[in-house]
Write a protein that binds this ligand. Structure first.
Ligand code: 1GP
Length: 247
């Protein structure tokens, strides 16, 4: 089954959790370890990537190790055109709609397009919106950060994504954000779009994850919390359980 079909079925049946692993932080071995524990804790998908530049060789090495250790589908979450591996199950072919620089809206995508198409790796069109505080993703992606009460901007971008045919919209506060995207923001965006919403950045507790899910996030992403955890399973299990109970 295609990754997007699988994801849509999961979304119909409840909330979805994705674990973001950045091989630039964890290395191939560490990435595989996190993935294995995250799978045990009930994560639905592994996202591999981040804002730090990685070569396709580094992406290959980490993805192959992850796939040796767990069966959860692996989706590339690229920060640049070279962050691709044919060993992944899918790629979020994404555009940072609120970037000031066309590089992140369409140029990296253009550079990677022929390789991605030829590889046969499933491509999932996704809009990426970066909110304050934005962190490294906001700086690297030269984002015009969406403020906590800029509801109109956020909903307009999200509806634009839907009308352009994108399958998912990702609301990003930035990895390691001091505060996650607020409830009201998620609710306002959810009200206006019918494509699934991913929320991530700064979610470190079961309460924060449940908040995002209750407000309307279909998919909740956590990254840093697992990278920093002494025990990845013990840390992720309550976070994942907290969203799985939300209807
Ligand atoms: C970053 O939204 C993800 O792209 C995850 O953020 O690392 O803060 O969990 P955290």
């Amino acid at each position: 089954m295609k990754v997007l079909d699988n994801l849509m079925i999961k979304i119909k049946n409840g909330k979805v959790h994705m674990t973001l692993i950045d091989p630039a932080t964890s290395g191939p071995e560490g990435s595989a370890l996190i993935a294995e524990q995250a799978e045990k804790a009930g994560t639905d998908f592994i996202l591999i990537g981040g804002s730090t530049h990685l070569s396709s060789g580094q992406m290959d090495a980490a993805t192959l190790m992850i796939k040796e250790r767990c069966r959860v589908p692996v989706i590339i979450f690229p920060g640049s055109s070279s962050m691709f591996t044919r060993h992944a199950d899918a790629i979020f072919f994404m555009s940072l709609l609120n970037s000031m620089d066309r590089e992140f809206i369409v140029d990296h995508q253009k550079q990677a397009s022929l390789i991605v198409k030829k590889s046969g790796v499933e491509s999932i069109p996704m809009a990426y919106l970066i909110f304050a505080p934005g962190m490294t993703a906001g700086k690297v992606g030269k984002a015009m950060l969406i403020g906590p009460d800029h509801f109109k901007d956020a909903t307009e971008y999200a509806v634009t994504a839907e009308l352009l045919g994108m399958k998912i919209v990702y609301l990003e506060a930035g990895s390691g954000a001091t505060f996650p995207i607020g409830r009201e923001m998620i609710m306002k965006v959810k009200e206006k779009v019918s494509i699934p919403i991913i929320v991530g950045g700064g979610i470190r507790t079961p309460e924060a994850a449940r908040n995002a899910a209750e407000a309307g996030a279909d998919i909740v992403v956590t990254g840093t919390v697992a990278e920093r955890a002494e025990n990845v399973f013990e840390t992720l299990k309550p976070i994942i359980d907290s969203i799985k109970n939300v209807k």
